[in-house]
Design a protein around this ligand. Structure first.
Ligand code: PAF
Length: 285
């Protein structure tokens, strides 16, 4: 079947109502485009569990700070469309900025406390933008299930809390991090890295992996673990640490000892002008 690209909310609702009338289930994968294997893994999971899959491609302006990379964020909708068609996706929702945020738009979603930890500290307002657009997309698509990557662990935790607090019916699925051969987590932003920056960037997954091994061997003290990760990453002068933290998965709170069922160990670094994140989790989100 040929993939349908729909740009307006009205048309998307009309189209999806046809499937809903026939009691078909809808899987939803929200993206900002410039797709990589990590996104395709979300699509594959959705295809397994639902009758049809909708993928949105929308570079959401409200989740970028004034000095961030909204303008330069990579966009290649035709390439994305081809990749999604090859996977058998039924619908791409590709709205314009004004379709999502019409003139005079003024309603935002804040998930208190959770948005202040980790990336929220250095990206003020980022998760307000994410929660707002994701809730709008959930209201537009009304999916049975929605799929998110574990690389953005804080994003998944915030969206799950928003869904629970606001009594949304959508089921949130988290899909493991997809990595390149050098261990670097796949990200649309990896395209910004030069070859030397890329080599430097791989110190973050290496440091996280080494810390995970220490935990498996019995180490529990969060200060020692995060200190080890920082030391390992700092060996490479091209990599500047934004944060390294070990927090509870459910509340994103600091703890002295690692809980093997409820911990996220997460890091964010700058390599040149590129900000990269990565994590591992103990337990489930
Ligand atoms: O993870 C992303 O690509 C974005 O934050 C999302 C969930 C599509 C919202 O714009």
């Amino acid at each position: 079947m040929k993939i349908k690209t729909i740009q307006t909310i009205d048309e998307l609702r009309r189209e999806l109502n046809e499937y809903k009338r026939k009691n078909q289930t809808i899987g939803f994968v929200p993206t900002m485009g410039y797709l990589h294997q990590g996104h395709l893994n979300l699509v594959t999971e959705s295809k397994k569990e639902n009758d049809i899959t909708v993928v949105s491609i929308f570079v959401n302006p409200t989740q970028f700070g004034p000095h961030e990379d909204f303008d330069s964020y990579p966009r290649e909708p035709q390439r994305d469309s081809k990749m999604l068609e090859d996977l058998g996706v039924e619908i791409i929702f590709y709205p314009s900025k004004t379709e999502i945020y019409p003139e005079g738009y003024s309603t935002y979603v804040e998930v208190e406390k959770l948005e202040d930890a980790l990336c929220g500290k250095s990206r003020k307002g980022h998760f307000r933008g994410v929660a707002t657009v994701v809730l709008k997309l959930f209201n537009i698509v009304a999916p049975d299930r929605a799929y998110f990557g574990q690389k953005d662990a804080q994003q998944v935790i915030i969206i799950k809390k928003m869904v629970a607090d606001l009594n949304h019916e959508v089921i949130i699925r988290t899909v493991p991090i997809a990595r390149d051969e050098d261990g670097l987590a796949l990200s649309s932003r990896n395209v910004y890295l030069s070859t030397t920056e890329r080599t430097a960037a791989s110190s973050m997954p290496r440091a996280l992996q080494a810390a995970k091994k220490k935990i498996e061997a019995g180490l529990r003290n969060t200060d020692i673990i995060t200190g080890m990760i920082r030391d390992e990453i700092s060996k490479n002068p091209m990599v500047k640490i934004d944060y390294v933290d070990a927090l509870t998965l459910n509340r994103l709170e600091k703890v002295k000892e690692i809980d093997l069922n409820n911990t996220v160990v997460a890091a964010a670094v700058w390599v040149g002008k590129t900000r990269l994140i990565d994590n591992f989790i103990l337990g489930e989100i």
